[in-house]
Design a protein around this ligand. Structure first.
Ligand code: HEC
Ligand code: HEC
Ligand code: HEC
Ligand code: HEC
Ligand code: HEC
Length: 600
């Protein structure tokens, strides 16, 4: 675990003992349930810290629980307390709040919940000693401004809301000046609330409820629909952060504004519970809602249109088994006139013809199955095919594209130097689609979501079929003059940056560590003509997505706070031009651009 979680200890200090400057909190020895709740809170947006959220996004609850357990079991000494910087009167007030409370303000003692010794209480209340005063102030301030929220009922929102500014100062001064007794071990259980009053319960998602076993589905049509919903990754676009599955309202940013996905649960009023198979076919095949409204192509009906009626019927049969959620659809926020029905009608007349998939009789059944999955439900071209300024896929199918808004590069699936599946790359690509991790590649960013929600669930036969089709698209490579060796600019400053920040994981010669850290020497992605994804890798860090085949991925720390744009450019240029790698230099402006696009 220590090796896997180096992505965390860069900020949180060796063994999670806290960062040097008091900003990065200690993790070691805190109650497991508390750490687990925080990881969920940060990933799911109840507590805001963007660099960590990006890291945690591809991780599931089971892995987060393991991570919490790992840090909670580490025993490392606490730092000496700070000298109190205030007068005795204030300290007395601080101690009173911490150990007795203030009935006039309806404030229980901090010790009531945080343990008699203020070292926390199992399973999910953290200690308050051994933490820097700045950190304590920031957290109490976070609750007051709702930057930080806990699982309901959120006791701390109540507590922080009642503390006056001078009381916050008093209690954090006092807490930060206390030594940490009993090595900071949390007490075994919560203190019972004084007799006569009701038990105080604070919210927690710990221990996690055991996942209910998936109900056995006897209906073959529903099973087929569930499988197609996986391939189409319907849940990923139709589920909002913290929202119920398929209830919609996930915002999808397009160059023309934000489009919100629809509620496709079985609710009769706000979902599609009352839809007939014809209504559903009209949406999937023709891109028209039940009421006749033209739908935005942010819903990839441009691809789903290829599905035959039997498949859309199966999808509907499955969606009718999704528990109903009452949630009306949210209006899109598109710039006028782009969201209007006349504008959509015009766009469709130019770029959309409803069309079922037509098998190519000159090809094998396997090839045709693969072509159908890629072009239809898998909608791979929605990201991998170039688009024009009006957002229509007009370039060569799957020839690679820079995605609008986020600027991620979805590489060409027709070029063996990009991501094309030629020759012995088949095995690696199959592993990538199934597990998110291949010997020389891992799924990242938007592709991580595709693997996590979709392709990991495909049958072996379907993966093979897709590879047969993709393999047939690869264009013959000819030694092009543009591939002549680039002039290599050796910079000792860049080599030093690499040694200092990267070599520990990626190796002195960019050789990586099999199964953990990708090799940078000889890597296709590293030598990509456009460096967009590499810049994101370094700024954001990241984990490969958690999948059944790769349940505990290794992580890379984000460098957005540690390296300047010029340094990121330098170190990437070094990586792209060392150990036999030959690719163009990266300049600082590209990094600045990527930084500005992040978080979108
Ligand atoms: C870029 C620096 C950075 C990285 C990398 C990072 N963290 Fe954090 N982490 C922070 C900061 C800053 C906070 C406090 C945020 C706040 O003030 O709410 C935090 C808060 C936390 C908390 C809540 C602690 C508490 O006592 O409330 C946990 C748990 C945590 N991080 C775990 C992790 C794990 C696990 C990883 C690796 C997967 C990680 N962090 C990676 C900076 C980082
Ligand atoms: C009614 C119970 C209760 C009382 C009383 C209470 N707390 Fe808390 N406190 C909690 C819980 C539960 C959490 C964990 C919240 C979460 O999961 O994010 C918490 C978390 C905190 C944290 C975050 C610690 C960290 O590592 O990030 C701080 C700081 C804190 N409390 C300060 C106080 C202070 C100061 C007082 C007294 C003035 C106090 N609390 C009183 C229940 C309580
Ligand atoms: C890339 C994101 C994305 C994916 C993947 C996606 N959808 Fe959607 N879907 C949307 C958006 C956005 C809308 C809303 C379009 C509008 O209102 O103009 C939508 C609308 C719909 C509608 C129309 C609902 C209504 O009230 O008119 C149906 C039905 C639908 N999706 C079904 C599906 C199914 C089934 C799948 C999987 C096979 C799927 N979607 C996959 C984004 C997506
Ligand atoms: C939502 C956008 C999106 C969709 C849909 C999508 N991809 Fe990707 N794909 C990307 C991006 C971005 C990358 C580059 C990041 C990476 O390498 O993981 C990528 C990378 C890849 C790679 C190269 C991975 C590597 O590092 O060598 C392959 C192979 C691939 N996609 C195949 C597919 C197939 C097959 C489908 C359809 C089932 C598909 N993609 C659907 C966005 C997408
Ligand atoms: C703690 C270990 C660690 C450190 C330090 C580290 N990396 Fe990584 N790196 C990883 C892991 C793990 C991945 C795979 C992450 C993923 O799947 O998102 C990765 C992925 C990458 C990738 C993407 C490779 C690909 O095939 O798409 C690049 C580029 C990269 N790292 C460069 C760097 C550079 C440059 C540095 C130094 C500034 C660095 N890394 C420091 C662990 C590390």
């Amino acid at each position: 675990m220590a090796q896997r979680l180096k992505a965390c200890t860069g900020c949180h200090g060796a063994q999670g003992r806290a960062g040097a400057d008091g900003y990065y909190p200690r993790l070691a020895g805190k109650p497991e349930g508390y750490l687990y709740n925080q990881l969920l809170n940060i990933r799911d947006g109840r507590r805001h810290y963007a660099p960590m959220r990006a890291l945690l996004e591809p991780l599931n609850d089971a892995y987060l629980l393991e991570i919490a357990r790992y840090f909670s079991r580490l025993e490392v000494p606490y730092p000496a307390p700070a000298a109190p910087g205030v007068d005795a009167k204030q300290l007395l007030r601080g101690r009173q709040l911490a150990t007795v409370g203030d009935p006039a303000l309806e404030l229980p003692a901090c010790a009531q919940c945080h343990g008699k010794a203020l070292t926390g209480a199992q399973p999910h209340v953290p200690g308050l000693l051994g933490l820097p005063r700045d950190y304590l102030n920031a957290q109490l301030g976070g609750w007051r401004t709702r930057q930080r929220q806990a699982h309901a009922p959120d006791c701390m929102a109540h507590v922080a809301g009642r503390l006056q500014p001078q009381d916050v100062a008093a209690v954090t001064h006092w807490l930060a000046s206390q030594p940490v007794p009993q090595q900071g071990k949390p007490q075994a259980s919560l203190t019972p609330w004084p007799a006569g009053s009701k038990t105080l319960r604070c919210g927690s998602a710990y221990p996690p409820a055991a996942a209910a076993p998936a109900p056995a589905v006897n209906d073959a049509q529903v099973r087929q629909g569930a499988y197609l919903a996986r391939i189409g990754n319907c849940a990923s676009c139709h589920t909002a952060p913290q929202g119920a599955p398929y209830a919609g309202q996930r915002g999808i940013e397009t160059p023309f504004g934000v489009v919100y996905s629809s509620n496709i649960t079985s609710d009769v009023g706000s979902g599609i519970g009352a839809w007939s198979a014809d209504d559903f076919w009209q949406a999937m095949h023709h891109g028209r809602s039940r009421d006749g409204r033209l739908l935005s192509p942010a819903f990839p009906y441009t691809s789903f249109s290829r599905m035959p009626r039997a498949d859309t019927d199966a999808l509907l049969a499955y969606l009718k088994t999704v528990p109903p959620v009452v949630q009306p659809n949210r209006a899109h926020a598109l710039r006028w006139p782009l969201g209007t029905q006349p504008a959509l009608a015009l766009w469709r007349s130019l770029y959309f013809t409803p069309q079922e998939f037509v098998p190519d009789s000159g090809q094998s059944a396997q090839w045709n199955r693969g072509a159908y999955l890629v072009q239809g439900p898998g909608h791979c071209g929605e990201c991998h095919t170039p688009r024009n300024v009006l957002g229509a896929m007009t370039g060569d199918a799957l020839s690679g594209a820079v995605m609008p808004v986020t600027n991620w590069l979805a590489p060409s699936l027709r070029d063996s130097k990009a991501a094309g599946v030629a020759g012995d790359q088949e095995v690696a690509t199959a592993r990538l689609l199934r597990t998110g991790l291949a010997p020389h590649a891992q799924a990242q960013g938007p592709m991580a979501e595709v693997v996590q929600g979709g392709t990991q669930y495909l049958s072996d036969a379907d993966i093979d079929a897709m590879l047969v089709y993709l393999g047939s698209l690869v264009l013959p490579t000819h030694a092009s003059p543009s591939q002549a060796p680039q002039p290599t600019v050796r910079s000792s400053a860049a080599a030093k940056l690499y040694q200092q920040h990267c070599a520990e994981c990626h190796g002195d010669q960019g050789e990586g560590v099999a199964g953990a850290y990708p090799a940078l020497a000889g890597s296709r992605a590293v030598q990509s003509a456009q460096a967009n994804n590499l810049i994101y890798s370094v700024l954001r860090g990241g984990f490969a997505p958690v999948t059944a085949g790769n349940p505990r991925p290794y992580g890379m720390p984000p460098f957005l706070l540690t390296l300047s744009d010029a340094q990121v450019a330098q170190v990437l240029t070094h990586v792209r031009q060392s150990w036999g790698n030959q690719a163009s230099a990266v300049d600082a402006q590209q990094v600045t651009l990527a930084r500005n696009r992040m978080g979108r």
